[in-house]
Design a protein around this ligand. Structure first.
Ligand code: ADP
Length: 675
């Protein structure tokens, strides 16, 4: 066995590989870019080397530099993880020439499977069924168009060099073919530097079922059963599981044998995955057809579900095979125990088109399930950062139980107990999917997410979530915790507990910005520890707020218990509740007012109402943030505050006067400097 390993990757996969390497007694060597100098994979390694700039092209994709580090550090092998250099035939070759073992297949196997058209041709030769379509044909638009008609619409145009769900276009009608083809070729050229495409019959709502295979240098092959990766968004996997729901023994054997044939055809050694598409999604039977899509010549993101059900450490096997050992087990020794599910927790905003949400992680709260039924693979710790330069995955949560229902239940629990503060995540979205009754029934296909997207509750923030966040923010301020930031908070009812207010309505308008959007709530606190929050005509009673441990805070909303986490980030408070991440701060009235114009700030009535109180007179000196007046509108009190420090130049309304929305109430002027 090797004594040292360089992991040419970052994030969770680098950490995961090093975990096994350490267990096996190897010295671990990390590489990192300038964006990752404090990253977890660097901390976890015995040694780490800076290899370049944040852009992957000048660091994690710089094979020469990485090989140089490997030589200098005396690494005996290089594990490429997934992505980056993992399927780069030249790099595999270069390692070989440098006398350093590449933990993966040889360059010939990578090349043979690297392009989708060549791989399909090869599979046809060895009798593995492929998706009906054409590949390797003339690339002229006319020829491809004729082929498309022969296949029959709808068809899928695929870039042969595509990957990661990119470079694919579905065409429904003949009229759209040429424009879609041109677009796909352009995209492919830009993204992969190769505009060759193939055409496939588009299979409606199929399942994606893939087989984990393993080969050694002595021609031994096994498969480690299937993974169902049908839950995808835009052709990218979101939730994976093993075994596939409804899989039959006979179908598993047919698919496993085909996958092993595929591997044998390219003299494959190491871990690989053969991906099949399975039409007629819902019910599998012994005769269900399946078609080869592609082979991934590396460790997959979703490999942990296979590890859980087979009790095999796939990275250990990779290292053994790379070191020249035989496969540790024969096919007959392998069996499935229980069921495993993985979800990919991403820093992204499902409420906003799933845009990546990079940023600092203020706090990461993982579930405390003390059992062998939960595994969390992550490359980020509290204080770390989701970098905009790389894939925004925060972690993979993987559960195992005796039954599928058990694994789902455990995942639902795990997600409930996960709290990420600092960035938006898809945690709520994952919870919705995991708890969906159709998913529970195992009724999954690649169209599942799109079909249900509109009805998933987590995609829209609701008043209930806002109410909890607002009450939490108020209580947070009360506890003095963030009062460095909030003591001058004019908008907090705690900042307004003046005598004059005692006799009047106890309802106060709270103007906050939630995720940058102005939100008005009315807050009434009938008892000391309970808030009645009214948002958009909905009323919520929030009681029993317990924020002793802000990361494990709790309250009751309309008597129902709810857990949340809260942390201050400067003037903003971050609240994580039920999979939602909200950043909430006092509404910035400055952003509304004309602070420049006449050299002062103009304070307008935010809505029609009565100027209940006026605290200043013309000529008074005020500081930015001072409360100048209170407007009462719709039984709410709206504080009007100074946008700038200066002098009250003009007051246009008197106490008790009725004013209209947008009326100028007070004009301030910045104090001029005497010369
Ligand atoms: P990539 O290399 O980009 O991952 P794949 O060929 O593996 O591309 O396909 C990714 C996903 O796209 C599949 O999991 C499946 O959901 C969908 N897909 C691929 N080919 C077809 C097809 N012929 N019909 C319908 N969906 C397909």
């Amino acid at each position: 066995m090797f004594k040292s390993i360089l992991v040419a990757n970052r994030g969770e996969i680098a950490c995961r590989i090093m975990r096994t390497a350490k267990n096996m007694g190897l010295r671990t060597i990390a590489v990192c870019s300038t964006a990752d100098e404090h990253a977890l994979h660097v901390q976890n390694a015995d040694e780490a080397y800076l290899i370049g700039e944040a852009e992957a092209a000048s660091s994690y994709l710089d094979g020469d530099r990485i090989l140089q580090v490997a030589r200098d550090a005396g690494a005996e092998c290089i594990h490429p993880g997934y992505g980056f250099l993992s399927e780069n035939a030249e790099f595999s070759d270069a390692c070989k020439h440098a006398g350093i073992a590449f933990v993966g297949p040889n360059a010939t196997a990578i090349k043979a499977m690297g392009l989708k058209d060549r791989a399909k041709a090869l599979m046809e030769d060895v009798g593995v069924p492929v998706v009906p379509g054409i590949h390797g044909s003339d690339q002229s638009a006319q020829d491809l168009g004729e082929q498309a008609e022969k296949i029959g619409y709808p068809i899928l145009i695929k870039a042969v060099a595509g990957g990661g769900g990119k470079g694919m276009r579905k065409v429904e009608r003949v009229q759209d073919f040429s424009s879609e083809l041109a677009a796909c070729q352009r995209e492919a050229k830009n993204a992969f530097g190769d505009d060759v495409v193939l055409l496939e019959k588009f299979i409606e709502n199929p399942r994606h079922i893939e087989i984990q295979i393993f080969g050694d240098r002595f021609g031994n092959y096994v498969h480690l059963f299937e993974r169902d990766c049908s839950l995808q968004r835009r052709h990218q996997k979101v939730i994976e599981e093993a075994p596939a729901p409804g899989m039959t023994q006979a179908l598993r054997k047919r698919m496993g044998d085909a996958a092993v044939e595929a591997a044998r055809a390219v003299d494959y050694h190491g871990a690989g995955t053969v991906e099949f598409i399975v039409p007629g999604s819902k019910k599998l039977n012994d005769e269900t057809p399946f078609y080869f899509m592609e082979m991934n010549t590396r460790l997959q993101v979703e490999h942990p579900v296979t590890e859980y059900i087979t009790n095999v450490d796939l990275v250990e096997w990779q290292l053994r095979v790379a070191a020249g050992e035989d496969l540790p087990l024969h096919q007959k020794d392998l069996s499935i125990r229980g069921h495993s599910i993985e979800v990919r927790l991403y820093a992204e905003d499902p409420g906003n088109g799933f845009l990546p949400s990079p940023g600092k992680i203020h706090s990461l709260g993982w579930p405390e399930i003390a059992s062998d039924g939960l595994r969390i693979d992550t490359g980020i710790a509290t204080g770390g950062e989701v970098s905009r330069f790389y894939d925004p995955m925060i972690a993979k949560l993987i559960t195992r139980a005796d039954s599928r229902d058990g694994a789902i239940e455990r995942m639902a629990q795990a997600l409930k107990q996960t709290a990420v503060l600092g960035v938006k995540t898809n945690a709520g979205f994952l919870t919705d999917l995991i708890s969906h009754e159709d998913f529970g029934r195992g009724s999954v296909d690649t169209g599942f997410i799109e079909a249900h997207l509109a009805t998933l509750p987590s995609l829209t923030r609701n008043a209930r979530i806002d109410a909890i966040a607002i009450a939490a923010r108020l209580a947070w301020c009360e506890t003095d915790r963030a009062c460095e930031d909030f003591s001058n908070d004019t908008y907090s009812p705690f900042g307004q507990a003046n005598a004059w207010q005692l006799g009047s309505a106890r309802i106060t308008a709270i103007e906050v910005e939630i995720d940058g959007v102005r939100t008005t709530a009315r807050v009434n606190w009938p008892q000391d520890d309970a808030y009645e929050v009214l948002i958009a005509d909905e009323k919520f009673l929030i009681s029993d707020l317990d924020m002793q441990n802000p990361l494990k805070a709790s309250a009751r909303i309309d008597e129902k218990p709810v857990n949340f986490s809260i942390v201050a980030d400067g003037e903003t408070v971050l609240v994580y509740v039920a999979g939602h991440h909200l950043s909430i701060r006092a509404y910035d009235f400055l952003s509304l007012e004309d602070g420049a114009g006449i050299g002062g700030a103009i304070i307008r009535a935010p809505m029609t109402g009565k100027l209940q109180r006026l605290f200043v007179a013309e000529g008074d000196v005020v500081a930015q943030g001072d409360r100048l007046a209170v407007l009462e509108a719709m039984k709410m009190e709206h504080p009007l505050v100074a946008g700038i420090s200066g002098i009250v130049a003009e007051i246009r309304a008197a106490e008790g006067e009725q004013v209209s929305d947008g009326d100028i109430i007070i004009m301030l002027e910045a104090e001029s400097v005497e010369v």
